[in-house]
Design a protein around this ligand. Structure first.
Ligand SMILES: *Cc1c(COP(=O)(O)O)cnc(C)c1O
Length: 362
């Protein structure tokens, strides 16, 4: 038998496909196309395939290098990080669509398309308050739209879009979506035709589809986290009726390397930890704690891990270790045991790129 090595990230491809199908079906029923966003899983091909098989209309990533890996799946590709001026030639070569927020870049795209004898479709981004990418002045956005439409023959104005719930943590509400819809109508009036795409955001905007509240004009979403993890809705948003999305696509398995009773409050003068933070600790007396062999090098932070077994909670972590309280676990935890965890987006981003993590598909 093959010797197993840990840490191990298991991905249930069937469950992933099911999640994608559930989301695309609901979106399609509301007249919304779905770009499956695969940057969070390092565009690992067996997983990306499930986005295609589950009914996504496009495949999207923030990295051009990732677009290249799934060009062969046959779906239109979309770059969702506004591109660097220096990567415009590659953008035109690798992507069918891209999100845009700068006139100089749009002009450079026209030039690159001209060289390569290609057409490229763009979605102009409007900043509706999240303060990430996009035009803030909406008159300027209208001017940019008109510029693309009239002056750039190889650049097709596919539509407009917005991003919310990121830097500014702004909630995608019906009002925000109506603001985007109204802007789309103004663009359409200015250019005298309908837009193909009005892109209302990411996973967090899907909640309005789930609640049948999405304004009709929104016809496109870019979705990653919701189908991969569905962690945020369940653990941050308190959404309880979204049972059709599984949060068990991924399982992190890690091996116990030490387990013993220790004080819960550090002994000595408390200063800064290994990462420059000044943490606080609660004195809960002597408790049984376990260390597992996976850490910040593998997953950035371990704070959002949720142990599958009852009575196991997260205490902290180091580069290569995660510290757990196992005092309330009904069974005895021993060195060599394999513990299983649900993870969130921030962990899966790292785990799918980490050198020492085995990824296995079910
Ligand atoms: C990452 C990203 C998405 C997808 O976000 P999820 O929360 O994973 O659905 C959508 N749009 C843009 C611009 C992104 O950068």
């Amino acid at each position: 038998m093959e010797k197993k090595s840990y840490p191990r990230l298991l991905c249930d491809l069937g469950l992933l496909r099911q999640n994608v199908t559930q989301v695309t079906r609901r979106c399609h029923d509301s007249g919304i196309k779905v770009a499956g966003v695969v940057k969070g899983i390092n565009a690992r091909e067996p997983m990306v395939e499930q986005f295609a098989k589950g009914g996504c209309d496009q495949l999207a990533s923030s990295r051009l290098s990732q677009l290249e890996t799934f060009a062969s799946l046959g779906l239109p590709t979309m770059l969702i990080r506004v591109p660097m001026l220096s990567e415009v030639e590659e953008l035109v070569r690798l992507a069918d669509y891209s999100l845009q927020s700068d006139l100089a870049v749009l002009d450079a795209i026209e030039e690159a398309c001209n060289h390569q004898g290609k057409i490229h479709k763009v979605v102009l981004m409007a900043d509706l308050g999240d303060l990430r990418e996009g035009w803030w002045d909406k008159e300027e956005l209208l001017q940019a739209a008109l510029h693309v439409e009239r002056e750039l023959p190889h650049v097709v104005l596919a539509g407009i879009g917005t991003n919310l719930g990121c830097y500014g943590a702004i909630k995608p509400t019906v009002e925000k979506m109506e603001e985007l819809s109204a802007l789309a109508e103004r663009v359409e009036k200015t250019i005298g035709r309908e837009l193909e795409i009005v892109s209302g955001g990411a996973t967090t905007s899907f909640l309005l589809v789930h609640q049948h509240k999405m304004p009709k004009k929104i016809n496109h979403l870019r979705i990653g986290e919701g189908v991969l993890l569905c962690y945020d809705f369940k653990h941050e948003w308190g959404v309880t009726d979204i049972e059709y999305l599984s949060s068990h696509v991924f399982t992190l398995q890690a091996e116990v390397v030490e387990c013993r009773a220790k004080p819960s409050y550090p002994v000595g003068e408390i200063f800064v930890d290994a990462f420059g933070n000044r943490p606080t600790y609660e004195d809960r007396g002597v408790r049984c704690r376990a260390l597992v062999g996976v850490g910040k090098l593998d997953m950035g932070s371990s704070a959002r891990l949720i142990a599958r077994e009852k009575g196991i909670t997260h205490l902290g972590g180091a580069s290569d270790l995660t510290i757990l309280d196992v005092e309330d676990c009904p069974r005895e935890v021993k060195v060599g045991d394999i513990l299983e965890f649900d993870i969130s987006y921030s962990e899966v981003v790292f785990l799918t790129s980490a050198a020492d993590v085995t990824v296995e598909y079910l």
